[in-house]
Ligand binder design. Structure first.
Ligand code: SAH
Length: 225
């Protein structure tokens, strides 16, 4: 997967990694402290979606619950012609990520601090993204309520999940119906290491999300659809 990145992109992501690991000494951004482990668990894993058609076709991409910048930052480095918005509900994490993105000269990324449930009601964001990517944020029915309102009809959500994704899919049929989405495929992230067995659930937005969703902040996770 390293071959996907140019030498310059690799350098940018290495300095991003080093910057985040430095900040991580005084702020809890990631549990992964080893630079090599950081490279494959965060940087390369984030890139898993770049071969998907829905990724290639997207111009405006949202990373919901970006944490220390994943998958959004590696994708933004890889795709300078796409526009990325990184959202997280924890402001100080997002500030740290924003600072490091500036340090490596990233120009195609914006940042908004807030909860999905609130931002998705803002007309500046609602149904305006071609693609939403999200890793390790919430159980799928909850994630669907966070993400689908942001996506235009015909756009996609790529949810990065572990090997137990089938249960999550099973629990999602009601949410998909109510929010206007359908699962079109499940793709393997293609890493051979079992410890890193990851999948991407690809969901297509099929009809507009009713105005009543997402419900108020906290409700989607307390009582999933
Ligand atoms: N995507 C990153 C971080 C995962 S941790 C990674 O894979 O490494 C989950 C992140 O989602 C946290 O940073 C948390 O603050 C954020 N988050 C959880 N619920 C959210 C919500 N409702 N709206 C916005 N961000 C949320």
């Amino acid at each position: 997967m390293n071959r996907l990145l140019t030498e310059e992109q690799t350098k940018m992501l290495e300095s991003y990694r080093d910057g985040i690991l430095e900040i991580n000494k005084s702020m809890n951004l990631t549990r992964v402290c080893d630079p090599e482990e950081f490279w494959y668990k965060h940087v390369l894993d984030s890139m898993a979606c770049v071969g998907l058609d829905c990724y290639k076709d997207a111009k405006k991409v949202l990373d919901l619950g970006t944490g220390a910048g994943f998958p959004g930052i590696p994708l933004a480095v890889f795709s300078p012609n796409k526009e990325f918005l990184l959202v997280d509900s924890v402001g100080k994490k997002l500030k740290a990520v924003e600072g490091e993105a500036k340090n490596i000269g990233l120009q195609n990324v914006s940042f908004v601090h807030g909860r999905a449930e609130d931002l998705a009601r803002d007309s500046a964001y609602r149904e305006s993204f071609d693609l939403c990517v999200s890793r390790a944020v919430a159980f799928l029915p909850v994630l669907l309520e966070y993400c689908l309102p942001f996506i235009r009809v015909g756009g996609h959500l790529v949810s990065y999940k572990g090997p137990d994704y089938a249960e999550e899919i099973e629990a999602s049929s009601k949410a998909l119906k109510k929010l206007g989405g359908e699962i079109i495929s499940v793709e393997s992230a293609g890493l051979e290491n079992k410890e890193l067995e990851h999948y991407m659930i690809v969901i297509r937005k099929t009809s507009p999300t009713p105005k009543s969703y997402p419900r108020k902040a906290g409700t989607p996770s307390k009582s999933p659809l």
